[in-house]
Design a binder for this molecule. Sequence first.
Ligand code: ARG
Length: 462
Amino acid sequence: MSKKIASARISEKSSQLLQELNNSLPFDKVLYREDIEGSRAHAFMLAEQEIISKEDYALIEKGLVEIYEEIESGQYLLNGDEEDIHMAIEGYLTEKIGDAGKRLHTARSRNDQVALDFRLFVQRNTQAIADLLLQNIRTLTKVASKNTATLLPGMTHLQHAQPINFGYHMMAYASMFKRDYERFTSSYERNNYSPIGCAALAGTPHAINRKTTAEKLGFKAPTLNCLDTVSDRDFALEILFNISTMMMHMSRLSEELILWSASEFKFVKLSDKHATGSSIMPQKKNPDIPELLRGKTGRVNGNLVSLLTVMKGLPLAYNKDMQEDKEGVFDSVKTALLSLEVLNEMIDEMTVNVDEMNKACMIGHLSATDLADYLVKEVGIPFRDAYHITGNVVNVAEEKGLDISELIFEDLQAVDDRIGKDVVALLDNRASMNARQSEGGTSTIRTEEQIDALVTWLKEQQ
Ligand code: ARG
């Protein structure tokens, strides 16, 4: 007797536990829109191919639209104990329209259904992220065009290196985001093929038309091989990789904003909206927003590695492990969309501290390379010798407590009498920045050229 009660209790408990592990509805319910869209296209095709009757199709179509509206209005909450979004909607449809609902799953399986829903979700969000990238590129280009004459110490190893302009620095990030945009759009094209109609793994004996569903759902064509299609999550890995790379760029920019807003730099001031106070130190303003963008990059990287790891040992075709593909993608997509919106606003609203950047250019003998280049170009001295002469000039400047750009002609002559009077003007930081007129270089003219090229490119992206 007691054994029976105990085992009854255990089986009750384990079935609940099992449901908790097995069910994906709590998280895949966000795919309701894609699921309904996919089912409507599938039902349309089944009717056109005379696999289901026109009457049944009409009922299915009406029922699915109704369910969509009920979900949108919050009337149907999708919080039942069905296994996943596919079972929930099909079950509810059948509850609403009776036997016709049971015909919807003809010539399909949840394997191609989930491959379709998830791919539609990824494609849709790929476009949304790409749009936000364009917005960020526009903003960076706008800030750049206002700052092509704003001097900034260019760095390597986080040490002052050569004078550049702030616009040029912003255009470096615009260039990264352009590559990101291209990565998202090329992934979109590569994955724009319809999985539906692949059924469980081998196709179906029903006379379906996969071209009809592909076209109705906005895909270029049906996928080639059904066994691959139901096993494939490359599209999900691609969006995860594309987000990781994009966030890595955003994180580097965030890192610079954090540094630049520190009192040691003061190159930029973030708007109060993008900084927060400390709970104990009343004087503080912390760059929490760029710090969060930098931190979130770690999480999206984790999502990429998770899915790569889930997929690596799976035999063909569908395995339940693949249900683990979604949460990371949902999380990375949400993070990417929010982060891009915030970054755009932060860049747009930050104050560029032109004077502080200019002042910082007087630290570190930024124009020293210009002297070496002069000695090579105008005097014909081999570069390695010119490098040593310049080193001596830097030592003189150090001894005098000056920047190399502040030395007078006599100081220079004392080091090497081959140094002409014209060098003094060359060592000015602005002159140094503007001397870099090679293609892709920092001079104001070349920076403006880069801005023009990107503005033209932006116009070409519809
Ligand atoms: N909830 C499942 C998933 O997300 C749907 C596919 C289930 N297919 C199956 N044969 N059990 O992957």
